[in-house]
Design a protein around this ligand. Sequence first.
Ligand code: CAA
Length: 261
Amino acid sequence: MEFVLFEQKNQIGIITINRPKALNALNSTVLDELNEVLDSVDLDVVRCLILTGAGEKSFVAGADIGEMSNLTKAEGEAFGKKGNDVFRKLETFPIPVIAAINGFALGGGCEISMSCDIRICSENAVFGQPEVGLGITPGFGGTQRLARLVSPGMAKQLIYTARNIKADEAYRIGLVNAVYPQEELLAQAEKMANGIAKNAPIAVRNCKKAINDGLDVTMDEALVIEEKLFGDCFETEDQKYGMAFFLDKNKEKVKEPFKNC
Ligand code: CAA
């Protein structure tokens, strides 16, 4: 692929957007390649993904402004849909995705990070939705996900003013879970991913689905979703093993890895 790298480290997959000359801006090719790389992930083996950007300056500096500059109304809508479809695939991807935000996360960059389950960033990270300064609205889900993630009032302020915020403010408003020195970011993301990967994979997937699907419906409906996914776990080998291990009083025993079945 031209702009997207994929590395598999045992049960962790690392996707790197690799277009550093344009600060990893998202053009159509990057979006197509992201879509392709997600389709190619071996879900029998990989239990958690990390999404990051190449270089030390930028995670993703937004959708490609050059590509968007001459779009018609219909083409603009189609470009928005293209981004939304890929980001939604990421958001609903069966396994967790951690965004390791290593610099600028502007416009489409902030938006793709918000499609991930968890965001951590480097101290030099900068977040923002600068679109209204370019004469457009956020177009890859920013109006929806920022409002849900940090609060409608804060999202409206950030989007209407197009003001960029630094890592410490992103942390304060709950946009990121943690801030690390740049050189530690990927190692911290891998540590978190490995911590997730060692847990029962079907249970982790069901947690993701329960949280995501539950947020879109009423509490009564959400609890039914949870009950179903909770019940499904009792058909897995991993549940049988996990509970038997807990109940076994043999202190010498060593916990086996979960089998994903
Ligand atoms: N699209 C296309 N190219 C971009 C880009 C983008 N979003 N962001 C940066 N680049 C390119 C620059 O044009 C420049 O290319 P050249 O070297 O060929 O001139 C290169 O990346 C380096 O950028 P700068 O020279 O501007 O670097 P800087 O350090 O001076 O500034 C920056 C960094 C503040 C991030 C600045 O590049 C910037 O403001 N970028 C645009 C950010 C932005 O507005 N993003 C939102 C896009 S709209 C969007 O995303 C809509 C949506 O929701 C779908």
